[in-house]
Every structure is written in structure tokens, then in C-alpha cells.
Design a protein around this ligand. Structure first.
Ligand SMILES: [Fe+2]
Length: 221
């Protein structure tokens, strides 16, 4: 039987390198922090250099309880990512394609295509689905913005994951030598669980559920 979908397309321009945006999508730890209002737990069950499979416990709009979904992220190529969400015993399947169009090191357009598999009888929900997905895109985008800005700022200062900034760690190091390096990305990205000797599982739990989004407002350095 031919599959039937509700669809939506959202896009935005950014002042970030493409690889930094991909880093943001592949960083699973911030899901229960930055997006704490929607997620309470994430468990990575498999990851390699172009795929990440995780279980997520999420609260959807208008649904009064948390729903576990299985999410499969695949980096199809350096400009395209696919995410497949399945939940409620595989009854709900949603596919998202992210396209990254890098204009230069400091500009990248992101376009997200959403496809929700539904029986044809539900096609009348298309306008509502489109509205919800566009709103979701904007809301999540705004939540992610402070960490992207912070990441780029500390990257330009020479920050390395789990090492910090060399000239902060060692005052003898010349401050200017790390500025303007090209943004790099290697998947899977390092995680706090890599340095936790006592628990090999990659499980991230929400530490708070009532808070204000305070962002990461760092003063100019
Ligand atoms: Fe995010």
C-alpha cells in the first residue's frame, strides 16, 4: 500500500559554521538540559561516525504523559541528516530530513522537512500538522541558540572538549594563536559519560524540571 504523509518544511539562516550546527543536533546531552521542558531522559543505545540510535522520553503538546520514542539519526552525507522517530509500538512514525547549505564559514542555511506517516483518513490534519511543526522548529531553534553562540565563542578561544582553553589552563600559552581556526567535527562527539568510570551506559537524565531559560550569557572575552 502506498504510504501517506502529512508534511511540513521549515528553514532558517544562521551565522554559524555548518559543522557546529550538526554538532548541536548530535549533542544528546543537552536534550534533557536545554530542552528540559520536553524531555526527561535520553539513552544512547548505539552510535558510530554517522549514526546514533537513542531512546527518548518526551512530552508532546496536549499529551499529559511522557512517551518513549526510538530515534535513529543518520548523517547521510556532509550536508544532509535524517532522523526517524518511532513511538507507541511503532504505530507513529515520523521522518525528518535536515539539509545544511553552507554559504561560507560563518553562514549556513538549515532546512527541515517533516513527514508523518498517517492513514489517508487523517489528511485533513495537514494544516494543523504544518502549523505545529513550524512552531516547534522556531521554539527549539530559539532554545538552542544560546548554546550555539557559546560553543562558537569558546571554539574561537581555542576550547577543546574536556580540556578547556589552553591559555586559561596555562598562562604561559600565547592567547592569540588559536583564534580563527576552522570549526571541526568528529562523530560521535565526546560525552561526559566517556569519562565516567563507574557507568558505561550513555544515559542522560533531566536534573531539573522547573527552571528559567537563563541561556549561557558569557561576557565578551
Ligand atoms: Fe537542541
Amino acid at each position: 500500500m502506498k504510504k501517506n504523509y502529512l508534511t511540513s518544511v521549515s528553514s532558517a539562516n544562521t551565522n554559524f559554521p555548518k559543522k557546529l550546527l550538526i554538532w548541536n543536533y548530535w549533542d544528546h546531552e543537552h536534550i534533557v538540559g536545554t530542552h528540559f521542558e520536553h524531555y526527561k531522559k535520553v539513552e544512547i543505545t548505539h552510535e558510530d561516525e554517522n549514526k546514533c540510535i537513542s531512546n527518548r522520553w518526551a512530552k508532546l503538546p496536549l499529551v499529559p504523559f511522557y512517551i518513549k520514542s526510538v530515534d535513529i539519526c543518520t548523517l547521510i552525507n556532509e550536508n544532509k541528516m535524517e532522523v526517524i522517530h518511532t513511538t507507541l509500538f511503532n504505530l507513529i512514525r515520523c521522518k525528518q530530513i535536515f539539509e545544511f547549505e553552507e554559504k561560507n564559514e560563518n553562514e549556513c542555511k538549515v532546512t527541515r522537512y517533516d513527514f508523518l506517516e498517517v492513514p489517508k483518513i487523517f489528511n485533513f490534519l495537514q494544516p494543523l500538522f504544518d502549523k505545529i511543526m513550524k512552531k516547534w522548529f522556531i521554539n527549539v531553534w530559539e532554545e538552542d541558540m544560546p548554546m550555539r553562540k557559546r560553543r562558537l565563542k569558546v571554539w574561537k578561544l581555542g576550547f577543546k572538549d574536556f580540556n578547556g582553553i589552553d591559555y586559561i589552563n596555562d598562562p604561559k600559552v600565547n592567547k592569540s594563536k588559536n583564534l580563527n581556526r576552522k570549526y571541526e567535527l568528529k562523530l560521535p562527539i565526546p560525552k561526559i559519560t566517556h569519562i565516567n568510570k563507574y557507568d558505561k551506559k550513555k544515559i542522560f537524565k533531566r536534573l531539573f524540571k522547573n527552571s528559567k531559560h537563563i541561556g549561557y550569557g558569557l561576557p565578551d572575552l
